[in-house]
Design a protein around this ligand. Sequence first.
Ligand SMILES: NC(=O)c1ccc[n+]([C@@H]2O[C@H](COP(=O)([O-])OP(=O)(O)OC[C@H]3O[C@@H](n4cnc5c(N)ncnc54)[C@H](OP(=O)(O)O)[C@@H]3O)[C@@H](O)[C@H]2O)c1
Length: 311
Amino acid sequence: MKAIVQDVYGSADVLELRDIARPGPRDGEVLIRVRAAGVDQGVWHLMAGLPYLIRLFGYGLKKPKVPVRGREVAGVVEAVGGGVTRFAPGDEVFGTCEGSFAEYACAEEDKAARKPGGLSFEEAAAAPISGVTALQAVRDAGQVTVGQKVLVLGAGGGVGSFAVQLAKAFGADVTGVCSTGKVELVRSLGADAVIDYTTTDIAGAGKLYDVILDTAGNRPLSLLRRLLVPKGTLVIIGGENGGKLTGGFQRSLGAPLASLFLGPEVQGACRQGNAPGSRGPGIADGRRQREARGGQGLSPCRSAGRHPVPP
Ligand SMILES: NC(=O)c1ccc[n+]([C@@H]2O[C@H](COP(=O)([O-])OP(=O)(O)OC[C@H]3O[C@@H](n4cnc5c(N)ncnc54)[C@H](OP(=O)(O)O)[C@@H]3O)[C@@H](O)[C@H]2O)c1
């Protein structure tokens, strides 16, 4: 089969279209004939091997462990491995896998879901990573509820655009932050207010938020803390400007530490799998951690494992 393959980390020049052996589904996996594949920020991180931190997370120290790029897939089930009960050949599915830039890719059964009939393969392939990351951030980490004020930084981006819609669906009053060209898009996604960060200071209006979802990752934790109500929650999803060693991930790592010095509004719990390019969001989960500790103290890092795509 044809696939986009790389032997070394580097820029897009390292990617080659090659003929490689078609994978076979192992127990618990489905083999998918790929109709569309998504590109999220993580694909770039895994191609480049940056930040270096991700290499320590099992993706390959000197070269990518999985040579075929692409993690989001939509297509038709070609075959199923032993023990698979939810899918059969011919089913239209979407989900996450390793190596979707190929004619065929294998996905674990619980990382795939039936493609809704109203979605094209292209639309479905763009949803799994950004959509699930946003869902985990809004529902699980932010625990957004009706009437809360929610600020979404990066509201016009992959994760942020899902987060705006999900926070609205959970009944929140949503303010989206984006650049000028995306203001109308973010409004059309349901945001009650939109701040153009190129012209307006996000702290300028003096509004405080119950939950801040940060996908842009370039504002200091101390500033975000000042924008939270006393028992607010900051959810750090990502960021791209932390340098080659840690990328934007240093803020997720730093959140628990920051909570120690900055006070209870910014408490943190980092989840395994939350490095840029990995499958889970980086989360500073203030409220739940604070409640679990009775309002004070520093929480340890927790492991949430790999997340499933939505049923
Ligand atoms: N851990 C995970 O599982 C996971 C999963 C997905 C993503 N992530 C991470 O989360 C981050 C976002 O991912 P993404 O796919 O949503 O990326 P994206 O599509 O590039 O979106 C990032 C957004 O940040 C916005 N932004 C840049 N500077 C800003 C500023 N000063 N104020 C407000 N917004 C600003 C950009 O808005 P404009 O275009 O309007 O300038 C852009 O839309 C990345 O670092 C990614 O690696 C992590």
